[in-house]
Design a protein around this ligand. Structure first.
Ligand SMILES: [Zn+2]
Length: 122
């Protein structure tokens, strides 16, 4: 089942906004790690708009990095048409869940399983 275009653009807007916030936060800490420069925040923002810059994401060094990656990957899914589909079971993710977590990779059932596995494998 494909998501309607207006729903997709709704989620895209949410994701872009989330991405912007994260880039600001994560970008700041990255700048502090490298030494502050006035233009850097703006540059980082531009780089993140070109969001597939893996090296940029890779260099970021705090807990938001993972979240930012998920946001970027969700945006990519919107591009390729797989947004809203659980990566594990291939079923649609409930829109209510996407509403709260537009970057969710799994449906709620699989999420629980994945978390369980992560807890056991460490
Ligand atoms: Zn699933």
């Amino acid at each position: 089942m494909k998501m309607k275009k207006d729903r997709l653009s709704y989620f895209r807007n949410k994701l872009v906004e989330k991405q912007r916030q994260l880039v600001e936060e994560v970008g700041k800490s990255a700048i502090y790690a490298q030494g502050p420069e006035d233009d850097s925040i703006k540059d980082l923002g531009d780089q993140a708009n070109n969001a597939y810059n893996r090296e940029f994401l890779f260099e970021l060094g705090n807990g938001d990095r993972r979240l930012l990656k998920e946001v970027v990957s969700a945006l990519r899914k919107i591009e390729d048409g797989s947004f809203g589909i659980c990566e594990r079971c291939g079923e649609p993710i409930a829109e209510k869940r996407l509403e709260a977590l537009p970057f969710a990779r799994y449906c709620i059932d699989c999420q629980r399983l994945v978390e369980k596995e992560e807890a056991t494998t460490g």
